[in-house]
Design a binder for this molecule. Structure first.
Ligand code: BG6
Length: 490
């Protein structure tokens, strides 16, 4: 396979993301032969560490998260460390010198990836210094990788974007949405566009509704400080959930290239009907978890978590009904639902087809199940198609049957992690599974209208769902109003 060459500079190299995801992912790429000998990593953070200490940390993170050691010493020999003050030009001067040396030593062809694995309030300062202090003057490519949150609303996202755009052009910016690295999210396009049997039915004539559920059993853990200001709407809906909506709703691109796919996704997002004032209440439900039982253990309510206000108005659950106003989707609700501290950890998409015009198999006590296409994103990966068929021996009975496909990875032991794929894509210059600025801006505009309503009005019923449940009652009522119900998530 292709072996890209680059110097990877990780800002925030002592942090959680670097340790949990980036080092293990780079290691996986390394042992799979997807990195050539021509790569080097500079870890950058405030703390003062020697390169040896840093290499020991990297080794530790890999053994903790992967438990492997094969060729590990050779791998970590590519890692360097630089203690850094993000506001100090002399820090960047040293970094530039080190980058230049490593470029020579490893024959990196002047290629540089700047990975900002840290809080976004620093992105602007770093981007500006990278440019003014000469780190972006490269002979190869330069790419910026950033993590969410991309701002807090459309205005702050614009400010942030303008700051990074001073040093990088749009096609050099790789905005991570790790859901786009998940194998079955990537499979949505293949299911739709590589089969003759789905695309003709993929519209308002044959689909009655689409349900996207992403539930977690974890609570807010140690992230109270961040989450209080974010809530489930900004944390999950603005990015992951709307990205899945866009992939399900978009028109077939004329080619499977980054630009063509992005422009179709953008069009789908533009067709999303904006919600105003009271429409927010009619179409969106917010929830906050109270105490309850998860895996047989009692767990505290959100308001009792660390760094959370005792009367917090932050939502840990969102469900909503989206309408896409175009020829294909007019009248078909897309229901989305996501929450913490629910019954199971699971992400699934259910495409519910319309009922057949007349049921010949109807007996007084029995109605036919609609056909469903279920895309299992996680923890299982695969597709299930629910059909009706006749039971052996019986006369007029139609019963539901399942056609199942399980997506088993090449080596089932190590289902490639989303980050591993995305890092590799970035090194190869494939931005398809990253979010374009237009997508970010459109998602914020949609979500901002909802948060404005929610922030101006305290939800008196909080906490309104028990930990370990499927969310607040109002979420079920949202579908019942339309004559539907949530298909079970587990
Ligand atoms: C992150 C959110 O983007 O996605 C977290 O910040 C959430 O709050 C996580 O837990 C869920 O990701 P996954 O891959 O576990 O479904």
């Amino acid at each position: 396979s292709e072996q890209p060459t680059a110097l990877i500079m990780i800002f925030g190299a002592t942090g959680d993301l670097a340790n949990r995801k980036l080092f293990p992912s780079l290691y996986q790429l390394f042992i799979k032969g997807k990195l050539s000998k021509h790569f080097a990593v500079v870890g950058i953070a405030r703390r003062s560490l020697s390169t040896e200490q840093f290499q020991a940390n990297v080794k530790e993170s890999i053994t903790t998260f992967l438990g492997k050691r094969e060729d590990i010493d050779e791998f970590i020999s590519h890692f360097y460390y630089q203690s850094h003050d993000i506001a100090d030009p002399s820090s960047y001067a040293e970094l530039k010198k080190l980058a230049h040396e490593l470029d020579q030593q490893y024959s990196l062809e002047g290629n540089r990836i700047f990975y900002l694995a840290m809080a976004p309030e620093f992105f602007g300062t770093i981007a500006e210094h990278l440019k003014s202090d000469g780190l972006t003057e490269v002979t190869g490519f330069k790419r910026l990788v950033i993590e969410k949150p991309f701002g807090h609303n459309v205005e702050s996202a614009k400010t942030l974007n303008n700051q990074i755009r001073t040093a990088f052009s749009e096609d050099e910016i790789y905005r991570i949405d790790h859901y786009l690295g998940k194998a079955m999210v990537q499979n949505i396009e293949a299911i739709r566009f590589a089969n003759a049997i789905f695309e003709p039915l993929w519209n308002n004539r044959y689909i009655s509704n689409i349900q996207i559920s992403s539930s977690e059993t974890l609570g807010v853990e140690e992230r109270g400080r961040y989450y209080e200001k974010s809530g489930a709407l900004r944390d999950m809906v603005q990015n992951h959930m709307l990205q899945m909506v866009a992939l399900l709703a978009m028109e077939p691109p004329i080619r499977l290239t980054t630009d063509e796919i992005r422009s179709e996704k953008v069009k789908a997002l533009r067709a999303m009907r904006p919600l105003e004032g009271d429409e927010v209440k009619q179409n969106f439900v917010r929830g906050q978890y109270g105490q309850g039982i998860i895996n047989n253990d009692p767990v505290p309510g959100y308001r009792e978590e660390q760094m959370v206000e005792p009367n917090s108005n932050t939502e840990t659950f969102v469900s909503g009904k989206l309408l896409i106003d175009n020829f294909r989707w007019a009248g078909v609700p897309f229901y989305i639902r996501t929450g913490k501290r629910m019954t199971t950890k699971s992400t699934k998409i259910v495409v519910q087809f319309k009922d057949i015009p007349m049921n010949l198999y109807y007996k007084t006590d029995q109605t036919l199940n609609p056909n469903l296409l279920v895309i299992h994103i996680q923890p299982e990966e695969g597709i299930t198609l629910y059909l009706n068929a006749k039971k052996a021996g019986s006369k007029m009975d139609a019963t539901p049957i399942k056609l199942n496909f399980a997506n088993v990875g090449v080596d089932a032991m190590n289902t490639p992690e989303a980050y591993e794929k995305l890092l590799y894509d970035c090194m190869r210059g494939d931005a398809t599974n990253f979010t374009h600025w237009d997508e970010v801006a459109l998602s914020w505009s949609f979500v901002d209208k909802i948060s404005q309503v929610w922030e101006n009005e305290k939800e008196e019923s909080f906490p309104n769902y028990e930990s370990g449940s499927t969310g607040p009652k109002a979420s079920d009522e949202l579908l019942e109003k339309d004559g539907f119900f949530w298909w079970p998530i587990s």
